[in-house]
Design a protein around this ligand. Structure first.
Ligand code: FAD
Length: 388
């Protein structure tokens, strides 16, 4: 395909991964980020084998591996008694079965690996402090208007601007972003402040009525990341990602095991935040003319299978392959959409179905022989070789 000039909106994990994938296909890419500085929130993220295979095909795996932790196994525990309800093997066995392991990583570390790769290819590719407010397209190209009044023009546009995507609203209608009824707190505890007996093993999920906590080491073992989930009737606070008080978290998990409550107590107040988990209906079309959506902009999902960023990486790899293997832009975008819509929809639906399993009224009834993400076959998808 003749070299193309593509504009990407949003430099999150999805936008940066897509930029690398298209750069590797010979496309000139400029990615515009609304934040004045590039970065990611202070929290961890899991990258399952299908995501790790995607990072490998983007040529950033060694750098990723350097900052990620690959647990051999994880345990699921009862919120009050601490009893091990399930042991989930995540190490060599996954590598043998799927070609890669299961990793956990600080989001900022993964984000930096991706941004470095983009800039190594083109030092000027990432432009910060530019918020997309509008776009227009015609037979010859796409034009984007930014909040500073300036316009940029390209042959095509990828909206990777997250769950509240402006690009999606412009292309497919301004459907409201919906609060799902779930909120998540995130905290980072210096490892020196974590009780040693709470680290056996380092990676653990705790489940109880209406609540769940997932916690694992990040940043080369310097910090323990935790994400704590709860159910709420509404979200009345300003913003969707805001500082949280330890008192509310303490109250929410008051009757939980000391290995949970002591970690909450040890969390520095300035590293506690909460997110409202939001949704929009899954889209059946991702492409309109010369513009397409990717990542949470296309398919926001609940994080109960840990697949949101992984799906954005899968999207990115498939998009890059579609560019590399197509004769023209229309064919590339059509192939991208056809290859990804069904897969994403399945993972969105399956993620929602996990809530009662992990917010368990009766944790003692929790059991699985094969972890649910693996049993669903999610790891069998290799974005570098899946049909495009
Ligand atoms: C609590 C929680 C835990 C999670 N855990 C996991 C996990 O373990 N594993 C996993 O794979 N996924 C996980 N996810 C999901 C994952 O975080 C998201 O799916 C992923 O970050 C989506 O990436 P994205 O690049 O599509 O969107 P985003 O990360 O939202 O990035 C969008 C970017 O676009 C920018 N932007 C927005 N609007 C504009 C605009 N108008 N103009 C310019 N720039 C704009 C934003 O500033 C941002 O930088 C979790 C999510 C939550 C909430």
């Amino acid at each position: 395909m003749r070299a193309t000039d593509v504009l990407v909106i949003g430099a999150g994990i999805g936008g940066l991964a897509a930029t690398i994938a298209m750069q590797r296909a010979g496309v000139r890419v400029r990615v515009f980020e609304q934040a004045s500085e590039l970065g990611e929130v202070g929290a961890g993220i899991s990258i399952s084998p299908n995501g790790a295979l995607g990072l490998k095909s983007l040529g950033v795996f060694d750098e990723f591996r350097h900052v990620a932790y690959a647990p051999d196994y994880q345990v699921v525990r009862h919120y009050r008694t601490g009893r091990v309800l399930a042991t989930v093997t995540r190490g060599d066995r996954l590598e043998e079965a799927y070609g890669e392991r299961y990793y956990v990583v600080h989001r900022a570390d993964l984000h930096k690996v991706l941004a470095d790769a983009v800039r190594a290819h083109d030092p000027d590719a990432i432009v910060t402090g530019r918020r997309c407010v509008d776009l227009e397209q015609d037979a010859s190209g796409v034009a984007v208007r930014f909040d500073d009044g300036r316009w940029e023009r390209g042959d095509a546009l990828i909206g990777a601007d997250g769950v509240r995507s402006r690009v999606r609203s412009i292309l497919f209608g301004a459907e409201e972003v919906r609060f799902t009824g779930y909120i998540a707190w995130r905290g980072l505890v210096p490892m020196a402040d974590v009780p040693l007996d709470a680290l056996d093993p380092p990676s653990q999920v705790w489940i109880g009525p209406g609540h769940m906590i997932n916690r694992y080491p990040v940043s080369g073992g310097k910090s323990l990341n935790f994400v704590a989930f709860a159910e709420r009737a509404g979200w009345e606070e300003e913003g969707w990602n805001i500082p949280a008080s330890k008192a509310e978290l303490r109250a929410e998990f008051a009757d939980w095991h000391p290995h949970v409550t002591r970690i909450i107590e040890a969390a520095p107040q300035d590293k506690l935040f909460k997110w409202a988990l939001c949704a929009r209906s899954p889209l059946m079309r991702w492409v309109r003319g010369r513009a397409a959506v990717l990542g949470d902009a296309a398919h926001p999902l609940l994080p109960y299978l840990g697949q949101g960023a992984v799906m954005a990486i899968e999207d990115a790899v498939v998009l890059g392959r579609a560019f590399a293997e197509s004769e023209d832009l229309a064919q590339a975008l059509a192939r991208y959409e056809a290859a990804r819509v069904g897969r994403a929809r399945l993972v969105v639906e399956r993620s929602s179905l996990q809530v009662p399993r992990f917010h368990a009224d009766d944790p003692d009834a929790f059991h699985h022989d094969v972890p649910v993400d693996e049993a669903l076959g999610l790891f069998k998808y290799d974005p570098a070789h899946a049909p495009v």
